[in-house]
Design a protein around this ligand. Structure first.
Ligand SMILES: [Zn+2]
Ligand SMILES: [Zn+2]
Length: 870
């Protein structure tokens, strides 16, 4: 016989089962299976990243769904992988080079890529081993990487197809440029923050004399001004439209134009137009045919167009420009001003709007189709409120800039002929110009935005563009679980790509999980020091406890407030489960779980009914992605009904003799097996461990069938009856507690009222005795020296004579009562004081009201007790 440790030690157990699943190929999907399919593609973590609590939350939800569906009889596939994360990985490798005193340009493209691949190999191992330790049911045999060979082919295919369709074009455009990362980033990768700055009011002299005052937050960009604009409806400036101003410091003549986009309320109502360095100005400039003058280069320095300011860093240039304007008496005033400034989401540097040649994807048509499938309910969002956000973005979509000035990534499959200038787009490497035959060919230096590869994830991972067996079997996938923060960057684009390339939706349901935050509602981050390492938590509590703790605090689609206490709660539940298991294992002798062909007592039928109800409700919750509701339900019912009640209720039967014990244990085992199956998706390791010991099986619990709900076994009458007896027991226990009756003292109870209820109590006496030491039920009432409670048509008297010192007790209760009355009067006084009500914060007033309510109830109860003591 196995020796079962009295304390549950997760680490050995968990690693054993994680190995077991991998060896037995438990979660390797069979494409040729006849079963219905259920597929999730895992949002690929960045290959250079480490596992965070956000990942734990996101991945556990998926794991729960996969394990649940597998037990429901689906052929499940959970496809894992990692993302090459262009900018993030490049930054890491560059950081490493910097420590050696080098830049990427010192070592060149090829050497840099070698370094990046080395980096990838190392960190790939780290992130995947962390994922494995979490006990995920992913199919590791199908693991993908966004830059593996087949995937790269898919990316090229997508680019070429879109190019051939006329969706991809190259153009000069104003883009968000991060001088620190040295690349363009998309609008979605810019984070806006309110910043305190200045608003400079600068005089721009008119050629004919006089001046206009423009207000700007970035005076250094004036070097690139090519116009001054006012609103056509602004009466103040109507006469100036069409005139010419002389740009100070530069002495360029620029026109005054009128454009309805000019905000009359901002500053003086006159704004400078710098088309090369501001997105709005770019659009206005284009409309009015103003020239582009680039004055800030891609490193954030003033270039040769900046005259005497050339070579200055942008903020240094600002200082000098302002000084010079001051000395010319052209600064009218300077105001403090808060405005929103774009920052690079990867490194935090202030974005520089920048005009350059980039590659773009036209989005309008794809956006329209992507909107339609959500409108028509072909793709569903949980929670549905995300639809609004999604529509809003699609309705205001701008073309997607997909080129990045990086080396790590998919190099754009565009080739230029250096002799005739021909531009060629090809799936294969171009060696010869198709127009002039020259072999002097250069491939585009830029790589594609990382999201241009990840938007193909749901089908490229299954083999697209090849018509593979996997694609046929598992696509469209079923559920995507991801954070709402990447609804545009990723979710919307996957829907577009899928419709474009496969003519089908990528997934039917999208579940947006919340963000993990700390108690102060701050996002978890390394720099705040509030981001615990999941691996440390696993070492301390085990992965099951971590997963369970996280699921218990994860309301659907809302933010998750994390404290380590939640993980302790998870661990405590595992201990409770372990103890219940040990109790059952100790008391059963070779019996099989069964509720058929045996006599079932009322409490048996009660726990069976409660279990059935749980199965029904849990299944409903999980089918609707209410993972948190499901796990809370299982948690409560198992702990408070099965462990705290049922296992106590059956103790008298267990002690009654072999036959009765075996009968009882059959039912207990059955209940245990149902709960283990329901717990398996959440805490698979401990569930597997207990299941294998209890049922001596070689099969994984995940291979077992999900508990089957049987309507006939749900019995409301029995539930009402037993819950009545439970209430009786609780009330008697309260009496024992209130009057501090010694646990060894037996009680007799007098009952008056409903005969049926009396009979019910009589029938359940064995466990009533066990839980309350009420030895006898008598008919009748007791007016004095007793405790009393009323219970659904039944008056219950507990005589206390001889059990406690009634006089002393009466005295004690009176004193307590008087004290309460004083407190109540005090609170009533305060709450009727107008001054207090007016001045005190709402929280204080409410808390006083609550306290009053509580004291009143308590006083009423003591009064009642005193009445029955007589
Ligand atoms: Zn950056
Ligand atoms: Zn050519």
């Amino acid at each position: 016989m196995l020796k079962i440790p009295s304390r549950y030690e997760p680490s050995d157990v968990e690693e054993k089962w994680i190995r077991f699943w991998e060896e037995k190929k438990t979660f390797v999907a069979k494409a040729d299976s006849k079963k219905p399919k259920y597929t999730i593609v895992l949002p690929p973590p960045n290959v250079t990243g480490i596992l965070t609590l956000g990942h734990v939350l996101n991945m556990t939800i998926q794991d729960v769904l996969i394990r649940f569906k597998k037990m429901q009889g689906y052929e499940v596939l959970w496809l894992p992988g990692t993302d090459h994360a262009g900018i993030a990985t490049s930054n890491k490798v560059e950081e490493k080079l910097r420590k050696e005193g080098k830049t990427r340009f010192d070592i060149g493209r090829e050497k840099f890529l070698e370094e990046a691949w080395k980096w990838k190999e190392e960190y790939h191992k780290r992130i995947t081993s962390q994922m494995k330790r979490l006990g995920l049911s992913v199919d590791w045999t199908r693991e993908r990487f966004t830059m593996d060979e087949a995937y790269s082919k898919a990316v090229k295919e997508a680019f070429v197809r879109l190019y051939e369709k006329g969706y991809i074009y190259r153009g000069e455009y104003i883009v968000n440029y991060c001088p620190r990362c040295g690349t363009v980033i998309s609008n979605e990768e810019v984070e806006y923050r309110e910043e305190e700055g200045n608003l400079w009011y600068i005089r721009y002299p008119l050629k004919d004399g006089g001046y206009l005052v423009v207000a700007t937050t970035r005076p250094e960009t004036m070097l690139g001004d090519t116009g001054v604009a006012v609103n056509p409806n602004d009466k103040r400036y109507r006469e100036f439209v069409g005139k010419t101003v002389i740009l100070p410091l530069v002495n360029r003549e620029i026109p005054v134009i009128a454009d309805p986009h000019v905000d009359m309320e901002f500053g003086t109502g006159v704004v400078k137009i710098t088309p090369a360095h501001d997105p709005d100005d770019f659009r206005i400039g284009k409309k009015h045919g103003l020239p582009l003058v680039v004055v800030i280069d891609d490193k954030g320095y003033i270039n040769e167009n900046g005259g005497k300011y050339a070579g200055l860093e942008r903020y240094e240039a600002r200082k000098r420009v302002v000084e010079d304007l001051k000395s010319l008496d052209l600064i009218e005033r300077i105001e403090r001003h808060t405005h929103s400034v774009g920052h690079c989401s990867r490194c935090g540097t202030t974005i520089e709007p920048y005009v350059s040649m980039q590659w773009f994807v036209k989005m309008e048509d794809m956006a329209r189709r992507a909107r339609k499938v959500v409108e028509e309910g072909k793709v569903n969002f949980y929670l549905p409120r995300w639809k609004k956000v999604y529509y809003h973005w699609l309705d205001n979509i701008v073309d997607w800039v997909i080129s990045r000035q990086l080396w790590w990534g998919h190099r754009i499959p565009v080739y230029y002929c250096n002799d005739c200038g021909e531009v060629m787009v090809s799936r294969d490497e171009v060696k010869k110009c198709t127009k002039c035959g020259s072999e002097n060919i250069t491939q585009e230096e830029d790589v594609l935005d990382t999201w241009f590869s990840s938007w193909l994830w749901p089908f490229a991972t299954l083999g697209w563009p090849e018509e593979t067996e996997d694609l046929e079997a598992f696509f469209p996938t079923d559920t995507l679980v991801t954070g709402w923060d990447i609804i545009f960057l990723w979710v919307a684009r996957m829907i577009m790509a899928s419709l474009e390339f496969t003519n089908d939706i990528p997934f039917r349901d999208v579940y947006f999980n919340g963000m993990v935050r700390d108690e102060k509602r701050r996002k978890l981050s390394k720099s705040l020091g509030n981001s615990p390492d999941p691996m440390e938590l696993i070492k301390k509590y085990g992965s099951d406890a971590l997963r369970l703790g996280m699921m218990l605090i994860t309301p659907e689609g809302q933010d998750v407030i994390y404290t380590e206490k939640s993980i302790e709660i998870g661990r405590n539940f595992l201990n409770k489960l372990w103890n219940a298991f040990r109790f059952i294992d100790m008391n059963r002798t070779d019996v099989e779980p069964s509720i058929e062909d045996i006599y079932l007592t009322r409490i048996d039928r009660w726990i069976i009914s409660r279990t059935m109800k749980t199965i029904r409700e849990v299944e409903n919750h999980l089918n609707n992605f209410r993972v948190n509701d499901a796990v809370r339900l299982i948690y409560d019912r198992f702990w408070f009904e099965f462990c705290d009640w049922y296992l106590e209720m059956i103790k008298p039967s267990i002690g009654k003799g072999e036959e009765e014990r075996e009968r009882s244990m059959k039912v207990a085992l059955w209940v245990m097996s149902q709960f283990l199956k329901m717990l398996n998706p959440f805490i698979p390791c401990i569930a597997e461990e207990i299941y294998h010991i209890l049922f001596e099986t070689e099969r994984s619990l995940s291979e077992e069938e999900w508990p089957v709900y049987e309507k006939t076994l749900e019995d409301e009458d029995v539930e009402d009856e037993v819950s009545f007896v439970m209430e009786f027991v609780e009330n008697v226990r309260n009496v024992r507690g209130e009057f501090k009756i010694h646990p060894s003292v037996d009680l007799t109870v007098f009952l008056d009222g409903d005969e049926g209820k009396m009979k019910l109590l009589e029938e359940e006496m064995p466990w009533i005795v066990h839980l309350t030491r009420v030895r006898k039920l008598e008919k009748g009432t007791r007016r004095t020296e007793s405790a009393f409670f009323g219970l659904k048509g039944l008056d219950v008297y507990v005589p206390l004579e001889g059990l406690i010192d009634v006089d002393k007790e009466r005295e004690r209760l009176r004193k307590e009562y008087d004290k309460l009355v004083k407190e109540i009067e005090k609170l009533e006084g305060r709450l009727s004081n107008e001054e207090f009500l007016k001045k005190a914060p709402e929280k204080v007033v409410n808390s006083a009201k609550e306290k009053l309510e509580y004291f009143r109830e308590k006083a009423e109860k003591i009064n009642e007790m005193l009445r029955h003591l007589g």
